[in-house]
Ligand binder design. Structure first.
Ligand code: KIV
Length: 268
């Protein structure tokens, strides 16, 4: 089974690692067969599974249910679970809700934010919960951003994001996840910090890559983000789903995904 120690070693060795969202046991098994390195039970399940138009309606009981059924189906990957909207607004809430997902099979929790989460990260880490901090486009704040848009487009916004990363890493964050930021900034973050950095819409230089599984299997109808590649389109035959997932894992490892067309290039 892949542990946090393995992810740290992969970073030290320059071996990229793959991550996909997953919400049930069947797909968890497919990810195991394809040897995907890590799984995120993302609160994106609010859209992909529940049919909402954002992650905001998801609650901790939803996360516990999906974490439990994913963990039953996969004994290979490092498993992260999102703490949903407002479930970590206080340090006590974060501790109570992390306990719930860790006790049903998560190996880490992911929370969205920046420097203001330092006390939460410190407290969770001291209590045995590895924390992944999600920065850049943080979907739980979609109404603050006014839409799903590229973040940290200026030098000063990029410097602010670097300061936020520093604060949460100093507090003990085990991983960082950057969503929808310029590729040059994501490279700066990955080069500067020794913790593994996962990217989505953040270019090829992060240590790991994540996608929403429905997106990479071509099951998202309507607008698809620029950073998505449909790996299913290239497959045929009875094992097409597992083959698409294997192709994604391999493309992350050999750094053919994400390519330039999936990346935001901005001079900072
Ligand atoms: O909830 C989710 O799926 C996520 C990914 C987009 C990183 O946070």
């Amino acid at each position: 089974m892949i542990s946090l120690t393995d992810l740290r070693r992969f970073k030290a060795e320059g071996r990229k690692f793959s991550c996909l969202t997953c919400y049930d046991a069947s797909f968890a098994k497919a990810l195991e067969v394809a040897e995907v390195d890590s799984i995120l039970i993302g609160d994106s399940l609010g859209m992909t599974i529940q049919g909402h138009d954002s992650t905001l309606p998801v609650n901790i009981d939803d996360m516990v249910y999906h974490t439990q059924i994913v963990a039953r189906g996969n004994s290979h990957a490092f498993i992260m679970a999102d703490l949903p909207f407002m479930s970590y607004a206080t340090v006590d809430d974060a501790l109570i809700n992390s306990r719930k997902v860790m006790q049903v099979g998560a190996h880490a929790v992911k929370i969205e934010g920046g420097a203001w989460l330092a006390d939460t990260v410190r407290s969770l880490t001291r209590n045995g919960v590895p924390v992944c901090v999600h920065l850049g486009l943080t979907p739980q704040s979609v109404h603050v951003f006014g839409g799903y848009k590229l973040q940290a487009k200026t030098r000063s916004a990029a410097d602010q994001l670097l300061e936020d990363c520093q604060a949460v890493v100093d507090a003990g964050a085990a991983l960082l996840l950057l969503e929808c930021v310029p590729a040059t900034l994501a490279k700066e973050v990955a080069d500067k910090f020794s913790v593994p950095v996962i990217g989505i819409g953040a270019g090829v230089d992060t240590d790991g890559q994540v996608l929403v599984i429905q997106d990479m299997l071509g099951l998202t109808f309507g607008r698809v983000a620029r950073f998505v590649r449909n790996f299913m389109r290239e497959q045929s035959g009875e094992n097409a789903i597992v083959d698409a997932i294997k192709a994604y894992h391999q493309a992350v490892l050999d750094q053919t995904f994400p390519a330039k067309e999936h990346t935001f290039q901005v001079e900072l």
